[in-house]
Design a protein around this ligand. Structure first.
Ligand code: DC
Length: 221
């Protein structure tokens, strides 16, 4: 039996940074499910399909093949044979992923892939519906949060470090919008699973969060 750790939470709470580090330390595979929604979104963008056009999205889904490979523990995301791991990191793609992940047709496809990965492998999987829908029997469930102001500042620092010009207020506005959509959609909205442990990372640095996570995991292993 594989050991599964589910991490859910809003954009920018620190899920991927922490999950990556923990996966390395514990020898688990890190599965970034947001990247899969981003890959689908990238397909819709590059094929001129609008986020509101549910009919076109439904028609396109059978043509979209998203797959995941790992190289030295790093996840690569493939879209119809093209490695899209870098291009899907753009803000525009994140927004489109939030907008198009509301459709059940998009979710069904990716949830299957995620469940298949977790069946045979020890995974740390992060996303919005992992503890509630994808892995309801996960051994450990964490709901990671942080204030929108802190999350915006983290994103701002990340982009600035990459030399990308950006506006802090604009980033926080986008984050609040994205939270609203992710938490209020009909299918698999972002919410804390009843049996998840909530971890507010607002006042913690990376080492602090990793330490807290290890304590939570140690109790279950
Ligand atoms: O984690 P992220 O920011 O890369 O995710 C991009 C969007 O994808 C997010 O705003 C909502 C959607 N998503 C989802 O609906 N379910 C998941 N398990 C992961 C992401």
């Amino acid at each position: 039996m594989s050991f599964n750790i589910a991490i859910d939470g809003p954009a920018g709470a620190g899920k991927s940074t922490i999950a990556k580090q923990l996966a390395k330390e514990l020898g688990f595979v890190y599965v970034d499910t947001g990247a899969m929604y981003r890959a689908m979104a990238y397909y819709f963008i590059t094929n001129g399909i609008g986020a509101e056009d549910e009919a076109a999205i439904s028609a396109a889904c059978p043509n979209v093949n998203v797959s995941i490979t790992y190289e030295d523990g790093v996840q690569n995301v493939w879209l119809n044979g093209e490695n899209v791991s870098s291009v899907i990191r753009q803000e525009e793609v994140g927004k489109m992923a939030s907008a198009t992940s509301v459709y059940p047709v998009v979710r069904t496809k990716l949830v299957e892939l995620q469940q298949e990965l977790a069946k045979t492998t020890d995974v740390i999987m992060d996303g919005r519906d992992i503890g509630t829908v994808v892995l309801p029997n996960a051994d450990v469930k964490i709901y990671m949060t942080a204030s929108s102001a802190i999350r915006a500042k983290r994103r701002f620092d990340e982009l600035t470090a990459k030399g990308v010009e950006c506006d802090l207020d604009e980033i926080e506005k986008d984050i609040i919008e994205r939270d609203y959509r992710d938490m209020n959609r009909e299918t698999s909205p972002l919410k804390k699973a009843d049996d998840a442990v909530e971890l507010d990372t607002s006042d913690l640095d990376i080492d602090g969060v990793v330490k807290a996570m290890k304590e939570i995991i140690a109790e279950k292993r």
